[in-house]
Write a protein that binds this ligand. Structure first.
Ligand code: HEC
Length: 115
């Protein structure tokens, strides 16, 4: 199908800048801000909401929507350092910079917990 092939070849290069931006953000290369960057947090939250939906805690996964920022940051730092044991959250927190944790805290603090 030569027609289909031409469409694919045309679209991929056009999408590359978007992918490049996404990877830049993923690697934490976005400029660090003093307080959490809500937009960055919203983007990073995509990795969290599969287990932490905006609803109530379920199946051993605590709800994090609406968590005060200080408590959120403290929990993430304790997971990252291992002070709070959870192999799962340790693995996740280990990949996050301070700026990214602050961004996630700022984002989730404003998410209204569903009932
Ligand atoms: C694979 C499922 C999973 C994913 C994905 C996940 N979490 Fe968790 N999270 C958990 C579980 C399970 C716990 C409870 C761990 C424990 O025993 O302390 C937890 C606990 C937490 C807590 C502590 C909440 C509290 O009330 O003390 C925070 C904060 C948190 N997660 C944030 C995040 C963030 C931010 C992300 C995305 C970067 C994320 N989690 C992704 C499963 C997950």
């Amino acid at each position: 199908m030569p027609g289909l092939h031409r469409i694919r070849a045309g679209w991929l290069p056009a999408l590359m800048p978007a992918f490049a931006l996404a990877f830049t953000l993923a690697l934490g290369l976005a400029p660090a801000r003093a307080s959490g960057d809500v937009e960055l947090g919203a983007w990073l939250a995509g990795a969290c909401v599969a287990c932490h939906p905006a609803g109530a805690a379920s199946g051993g996964v605590p709800a994090i929507a609406g968590l005060p920022q200080a408590a959120f940051v403290a929990a993430m730092e304790d997971y990252r350092s291992g002070a709070r044991p959870s192999p799962l959250m340790h693995a996740l927190a280990s990949g996050l910079s301070d700026a990214e944790i602050a961004a996630l805290a700022a984002y989730f603090a404003d998410v209204k917990p569903a009932r």
